[in-house]
Write a protein that binds this ligand. Structure first.
Ligand SMILES: *Cc1c(COP(=O)(O)O)cnc(C)c1O
Length: 430
C-alpha cells in the first residue's frame, strides 16, 4: 500500500506525521478531517521557492492560494504567513481571509457572479485585483467604484479555448463554458475598460480547469495570454501582471502529475525570454492560483465502519462519513484511496464504502479490497481539497471536526457541528 510522505504507518498504525489516527479518533470522534501542516507548507513552498528563483528586478510573482479548495481559517493563516496571496470567489471568502489575519491587498477576486455588495466589500478592503468575467461585471465595478470615489484594479479572465483534458465538470477554459470573456472579444473589452474613469487595467488571467496532469494546455494558454498582452501593448495598454490560474493535479490513485518545479520553470522560462526581448526594463508580475495542489494531499478524512453488510453478492462497508462530508465521489465519480488505520492480517473482501445518507449516490469508494471488521477506522486519503469545503448538512448531519497536526501535536481547528446549531437559524410560524 502506497502512502504519501506525511501519511505513513508506524507499527501497522496509520499516522499523520507520526501522530496515530486511532488516538485522534478516540479523542475527537469521527468523521474527522486531519491535515498535516508540514505537507501544506511543503506544497506551498514548491511554488514559492521556484518563484523566488526566477525573481529579478523586473520579474515578480505572487502565489494566490485558491481559498475555495480549503478555506479553514487556520489553513489560510498558515499560508498567509508563508507569503501567500489569495484567490477568492465570494465576499464570504474575503471575510475569511481577513478573519484569518491575512492581507486583503493580496487578494484577487474571481467568479462569474460577483454581486454589488461583494464588489463594494472588495473595494472597501482595497483588494489587489478583480478578475473580471464579463462586460456587464466590468461596468458594474466601474459604477460602484465611482460611487465610492475609488479606482478598481481589474484583470480580464479570458477564455483561451484550450482543452485541459480533464473531467468536464472541472474543465473551465473551453469556449462553451460559462467562465471568462471570449478570447476574440477581449481586445475590444480592454479598450473599453481603459476608457473607464474608475477602472485601472492591471492584468490578464485565465483558469482553464482542474486536476491537470500535464502542463501543456497551461503553456498553450500562456501563449495566448502573451499574444493578447502584445496586442494590447501595441494599443498603448500596458499590463502589469499575467495570471495563469490554478489547476495542477495531484495523485489520488496512481496519476503522475507534472512536478510543480518543472511546470513553473517552463512558465518562467517562457516569460523571461519574451519579456526581455520585447519589454526590457518593464516590470511584470506572474501570478498563480493553485488550490488542490496545495491542500489536496495535505489532508485525509477519518471514518469508522458502522456495519458490514452483504446484499446479493455485494459487500458494503457502511461508514459514518458520507457524501455530505466528502462530495467528490458522488459528484465526479472521483477516486480516493482508502486505507485501514490499523492493519489486519485476516481475510480480505471487496467492499463498496458507503455512507448512511438516503441516496444511492452516497458512496465514498467502490470495489476496494480490504481486511476490515465493524468499528474499524478507515482513512479516505487526498481529501484536503474540495472535501470539507464542499461539505453540507444534508440529512441534518453536522459537519466533521477538523484537526491540524503540527510538530506532532494535534490542534482542533474546527469543532464538530452540533445538531442544534444546524437549525438555530430557523423559525416556526404560528
Ligand atoms: C477553483 C479555482 C482555482 C483553483 O483550482 P485548483 O484546480 O484547485 O488548483 C483557481 N482559480 C480559479 C478561478 C478557480 O475557480
Amino acid at each position: 500500500m502506497k502512502t504519501a510522505q506525511h501519511f505513513f504507518y508506524q507499527n501497522d498504525t496509520l499516522t499523520v506525521d507520526g501522530v496515530p489516527l486511532d488516538k485522534l479518533a478516540m479523542q475527537y470522534g469521527t468523521p474527522l478531517y486531519v491535515y498535516s501542516k508540514a505537507a501544506l507548507t511543503e506544497h506551498f513552498r514548491q511554488y514559492a521557492d521556484v518563484c523566488k528563483q526566477f525573481e529579478t528586478d523586473d520579474i515578480h510573482s505572487l502565489v494566490c492560494y485558491s481559498v475555495k479548495s480549503n478555506s479553514n481559517l487556520a489553513i489560510l493563516n498558515i499560508l498567509g504567513r508563508e507569503g501567500a496571496g489569495f484567490d477568492i470567489v465570494s465576499g464570504g471568502e474575503l471575510l475569511r481571509v481577513i478573519a484569518a489575519g491575512c492581507d486583503s491587498r493580496k487578494v484577487i477576486f474571481s467568479g462569474v457572479g460577483k454581486t454589488a455588495s461583494e464588489i463594494r466589500l472588495a473595494l472597501e478592503h482595497d483588494i489587489l485585483c478583480f478578475n473580471v468575467e464579463s462586460f456587464a461585471e466590468l461596468r458594474r465595478i466601474n459604477r460602484i467604484a465611482a460611487e465610492m470615489g475609488k479606482k478598481a484594479r481589474v484583470s480580464f479572465r479570458v477564455n483561451p479555448n484550450v482543452d485541459p483534458k480533464t473531467h468536464p465538470y472541472i474543465s473551465t477554459g473551453l469556449k462553451e463554458n460559462k467562465f471568462g470573456i471570449p478570447y476574440e472579444e477581449a481586445l475590444a473589452g480592454y479598450e473599453e475598460a481603459a476608457r473607464m474613469p474608475h477602472i485601472e487595467v492591471t492584468g490578464i488571467d485565465c483558469h482553464i480547469g482542474s486536476q491537470l496532469l500535464d502542463d501543456a494546455p497551461l503553456l498553450e494558454a500562456l501563449d495566448k495570454l502573451i499574444d493578447l498582452f502584445d496586442q494590447l501593448a501595441q494599443k498603448g495598454i500596458e499590463l502589469k501582471h499575467i495570471d495563469i490560474g490554478g489547476g495542477i493535479g495531484i495523485t489520488y490513485d496512481n496519476e503522475i502529475p507534472v512536478a510543480i518545479s518543472d511546470y513553473l520553470t517552463r512558465i518562467f522560462g517562457k516569460i523571461t525570454t519574451w519579456k526581455n526581448a520585447k519589454y526590457p526594463g518593464q516590470s511584470i508580475s506572474m501570478m498563480f492560483e493553485p488550490g488542490r495542489s496545495i491542500s489536496g494531499n495535505a489532508g485525509l478524512l477519518l471514518t469508522q465502519v458502522q456495519y458490514l453488510k452483504t446484499n446479493s453478492d455485494k459487500n458494503f462497508a457502511i461508514v459514518d462519513a458520507a457524501m455530505n462530508d466528502l462530495m467528490r465521489p458522488s459528484l465526479y465519480e472521483s477516486w480516493h484511496t482508502v486505507l485501514p488505520v490499523v492493519k489486519r492480517q485476516t481475510e480480505t473482501k471487496t467492499y463498496d464504502i458507503v455512507g448512511p445518507i438516503c441516496e444511492s449516490g452516497d458512496w465514498l469508494a467502490r470495489q476496494r479490497t480490504l481486511s476490515i471488521e465493524t468499528d474499524d477506522l478507515l482513512a479516505i486519503m487526498s481529501a484536503g481539497a474540495y472535501g470539507m469545503a464542499m461539505s453540507s448538512n444534508y440529512n441534518t448531519r453536522g459537519r466533521a471536526a477538523e484537526i491540524l497536526i503540527d510538530d506532532k501535536k494535534a490542534y482542533l481547528i474546527r469543532k464538530r457541528e452540533r445538531p442544534e446549531e444546524l437549525y438555530a437559524l430557523e423559525t416556526i410560524i404560528s
